[in-house]
Design a protein around this ligand. Structure first.
Ligand SMILES: Cc1cc2nc3c(=O)[nH]c(=O)nc-3n(C[C@H](O)[C@H](O)[C@H](O)COP(=O)(O)OP(=O)(O)OC[C@H]3O[C@@H](n4cnc5c(N)ncnc54)[C@H](O)[C@@H]3O)c2cc1C
Length: 306
């Protein structure tokens, strides 16, 4: 179905359907037009999924777009975002354990900050990861020796027909930057995270230390999507391979391999998604020729790889 067909079909049933540029919804600031709808409740999300299933409309659930390269030509998928109740959160505690129940659309750094302020320990590592809770669970986002998988107690998902399932954390198939959600068409509507307890001042100071480190190491002054490539093995950082292949500063159009951190590709101002994709191909090929290692992307493609 074409974009105007999706816009009309969804517009007849729901308000707040709009056409937007993916460049305004992704941290790389690239990508063409897409039809976007926001679900604020599980019921609305189920209604959207029921309609898309019946009418055969493909969809893509988008968090903060901090790990996504969206095609310049635009997207034939309906973009589903989570807001309202599905981005809110509540706290409860029992003894030394904290429970954070939050929507899949909740902002991960805000959850991390709120946890530190309360004295809930275990999310400090996430303070500088600019995604949503749903995106972080999908990616099993992590940093500084920890990852979201360590905190997830259970996840509430909706399947492609809008039916609800609760999946315990230990059944989420978590591994390095992997989860079962990468293989199954499920939307993470909410999650329960279990956190320990700590001194709020210590937790805040650890979060500040992490933010400081990230500011020093990462090219945060330019639009980027974090690490582009996955680690090929535990002890092989892709940045070192890319730097070793002499690629720091390499450009295609407005896209550049960061001179500050070689596993980041930055948008120097005028990059298109196509520039970034071509640069990714240059990096993969050069690293393969140089070291014999084929790098695999961590980032997700939207609207096709071309
Ligand atoms: C400056 C910067 C620093 C970063 N640092 C780190 C880091 O230290 N560690 C790290 O792991 N990552 C890092 N990232 C990458 C990124 O922030 C994480 O992968 C993050 O978890 C993605 O969340 P998101 O909401 O932006 O997801 P998106 O980028 O919007 O989507 C990513 C994938 O998740 C899926 N998804 C999103 N929401 C849901 C949902 N509710 N249900 C099901 N699927 C969903 C999408 O369909 C897509 O396939 C960084 C990115 C940037 C820009």
């Amino acid at each position: 179905m074409r974009r105007d067909g999706i816009l009309k079909l969804l517009g007849e049933r729901f308000t707040d359907v709009s056409e937007e540029y993916m460049s305004s919804l992704t941290t790389w600031r690239t990508g063409g037009p897409a039809v976007v709808i926001t679900a604020g409740t599980s019921d609305k999300l189920a209604g959207i999924l029921d309609l898309t299933f019946e009418e055969g409309v493909p969809w893509f659930v988008l968090g903060q777009g901090s790990n996504v390269l969206a095609a310049d030509s635009g997207c034939s998928e309906l973009i589903i975002r989570l807001g309202g109740e599905l981005s809110s959160h509540t706290w409860s505690s029992e003894g030394a354990l904290w429970e954070l129940s939050c929507g899949g659309g909740a902002h991960l750094p805000s959850m991390s900050g709120a946890a530190c302020t309360r004295g809930a320990a275990g999310l400090e590592f996430a303070v500088g990861i600019p995604g949503t809770v749903g995106g972080a669970i999908f990616m099993n986002a992590g940093a500084y020796g920890s990852s979201v998988s360590r905190t997830v107690s259970s996840v509430k998902v909706l399947d492609r027909r809008g039916s609800v399932r609760i999946i315990p954390g230990e059944e989420c198939g978590f591994d390095y930057r992997r989860s079962m959600f990468q293989d199954e068409r499920l939307i993470i509507a909410s999650a329960v995270m279990r956190l320990g307890s700590g001194d709020p001042e210590d937790l805040r100071s650890e979060a500040r230390r992490i933010l400081e480190l990230r500011r020093e190491r990462f090219p945060l002054e330019y639009p980027n999507a974090g690490s582009v490539f996955r680690k090929p093995a535990d002890d092989i950082p892709p940045g070192r391979l890319i730097e070793g292949a002499g690629l720091k500063g390499r450009t295609v159009g407005g896209a550049m391999v960061s001179r500050k951190h070689a596993n980041f590709i930055i948008n120097t101002g005028s990059a298109t998604s196509d520039d970034i994709r071509k640069l990714i191909d240059v990096v993969r090929k050069t690293v393969l020729d140089f070291s014999g290692i084929m790098l695999e992307e961590e980032i997700r493609y939207l609207g096709g790889r071309k």
